[in-house]
Design a protein around this ligand. Structure first.
Ligand code: HPA
Ligand code: ZN
Length: 333
C-alpha cells in the first residue's frame, strides 16, 4: 500500500494511547494565555520563541522546559482546559481510549493541591465521556528526581482521590534515579489496589527495566527501548508479555535515536515484544498519536500488518476490561 493510503488508514483506525503526560500536552498558545492570565513571567515573548526553544539534546534539557511550562497551571479551570484540549485531540485522532499520566508533585511543590487539579481533570474527562463516548483513566506519576519521602507523601495526599486514579507511574530524570529507590512506594500503591507502570530504559540501562519489573512489579514499561541491549531481558519481557509503551517522536527529539530511520521499534516487534506507539509529550515533541504513526510510515519500512499489530497491542496492553479489549480488537480488521 502507498504511504499516503497507509497513513489515512491508520489515522482512521480506533486506537488507544497509553503513554501521555498531560502536562506535556500544554500547547504554546494555552501556555502563553495562562501566563498572561496569572501574570507569570516566562522567558518567551511570542509563541514562535516558545517553539524555537524546543530544541532538546537529551531528557534533562526537555524536562527543564516542561516544568517551566507547567508553572502557568494554577487554578481548576486551567487543568480543565489542559485536559479538554488533549481529549479533543483524541477525538480528532480516533484515540478511543487514553491512559493519561499526571505529575502531582510538579503542582503540589508550588502549593497547588489535589483539590485544584483533580476536579479540573475529572470534569474534562467526564464531559468527553458524556459528549462523544471518550474513554480515559488517570495514572499518577511520581517524580523520580525527588525523594522517596516526597513520593510517599504524594500517595498520602492522593487518598481522597484514589477512586479517580487507576495506576501509579514513575517519570522525570532517569539516570541516577533507579526504580529500586521507589520500592516501598510501589509496594504501598499495590496494597491500595493501584496498578503500576514505570519509565525505564529510555536513557537508563536495561538493569533499570529489570528493577521495574522485578522490584516495582509493573504491568508495563514506559519507553523500554534500551531493553534490546540485554537478550535475557527481552526474553523475560516476551515471556511475561510485559508491554513497552514506545514514543517515536519523543525518542528522536531527545536524541535516544539520532534519526527516526534508526528507531528500533520494528526490531522490538520482531522479537515478539508487546510494543505500542504513543505521543509522550505531544506539544514538546512535534505531534500527537497519528503524527507518531505517520513518522514510522515515513521513515521505516513498516507494512500494514505491523501497523495493525501495533494498534491491536495498544488495546491488549491497556487497563481496559477483557470484554472491552475484545470489542476494540475486532474493530482493527
Ligand atoms: O519521556 C519522559 N521521560 C521521563 N520523564 C518524563 N516526563 C514527561 N515525559 C517524560
Ligand atoms: Zn514519558
Amino acid at each position: 500500500m502507498m504511504k499516503n493510503k497507509l497513513k489515512d488508514w491508520v489515522a482512521k483506525l480506533p486506537k488507544a494511547e497509553l503513554h501521555l503526560h498531560i502536562e506535556g500536552s500544554l500547547e504554546p498558545e494555552l501556555m502563553m494565555s495562562l501566563a498572561k492570565k496569572h501574570a507569570v513571567d516566562l522567558p518567551y515573548s511570542s509563541i514562535e520563541e516558545v517553539i524555537d526553544a524546543y530544541d532538546f539534546h537529551n531528557l534533562q534539557s526537555f524536562l527543564d522546559l516542561y516544568y517551566l511550562g507547567a508553572s502557568v497551571l494554577r487554578d481548576e479551570d486551567d487543568f480543565y482546559q489542559l485536559m479538554s484540549a488533549y481529549l479533543q485531540k483524541c477525538r480528532e485522532d480516533n484515540v478511543v481510549h487514553s491512559e493519561i499520566m499526571f505529575d502531582p508533585q510538579t503542582h503540589t511543590e508550588r502549593g497547588i493541591g489535589f483539590d485544584i487539579f483533580m476536579p479540573g481533570f475529572v470534569r474534562a474527562m467526564q464531559y468527553a465521556e458524556q459528549e462523544w463516548g471518550q474513554s480515559s483513566l488517570l495514572i499518577m506519576s511520581f517524580l523520580r528526581h525527588m525523594s522517596e519521602e516526597s513520593a510517599l507523601q504524594t500517595l498520602e495526599d492522593a487518598k481522597d482521590f484514589l477512586p479517580h486514579i487507576t495506576a501509579v507511574g514513575l517519570d522525570s530524570s532517569e539516570l541516577g534515579n533507579p526504580p529500586q529507590k521507589f520500592a516501598r512506594v510501589f509496594a504501598k500503591a499495590k496494597d491500595l489496589g493501584l496498578k503500576r507502570v514505570a519509565h525505564a530504559g529510555e536513557e537508563g540501562p536495561p538493569d533499570y527495566v529489570w528493577e521495574a519489573t522485578n522490584i516495582l512489579d509493573v504491568h508495563r514499561i514506559d519507553h523500554g527501548v534500551r531493553s534490546i541491549e540485554d537478550a535475557s531481558l527481552v526474553e523475560h519481557l516476551v515471556n511475561k508479555q510485559i508491554p513497552l509503551t514506545v514514543c517515536p517522536l519523543s525518542n528522536t527529539k531527545l536524541k535516544v535515536f539520532e534519526h527516526m530511520s534508526q528507531h528500533n521499534i520494528l526490531e522490538l516487534l520482531e522479537q515478539g515484544l508487546l510494543v505500542t506507539v504513543n505521543a509522550d509529550d505531544p506539544s514538546y515533541f512535534g505531534g500527537y498519536l497519528n503524527d507518531n504513526y505517520h513518522a514510522l510510515i515515513d521513515h521505516l519500512d513498516i507494512c500494514q500488518e505491523q501497523l495493525r499489530q501495533l494498534v491491536q497491542n495498544s488495546f491488549s496492553a491497556s487497563f481496559l476490561s477483557d470484554e472491552t479489549k475484545q470489542h476494540w480488537l475486532e474493530q482493527c480488521n
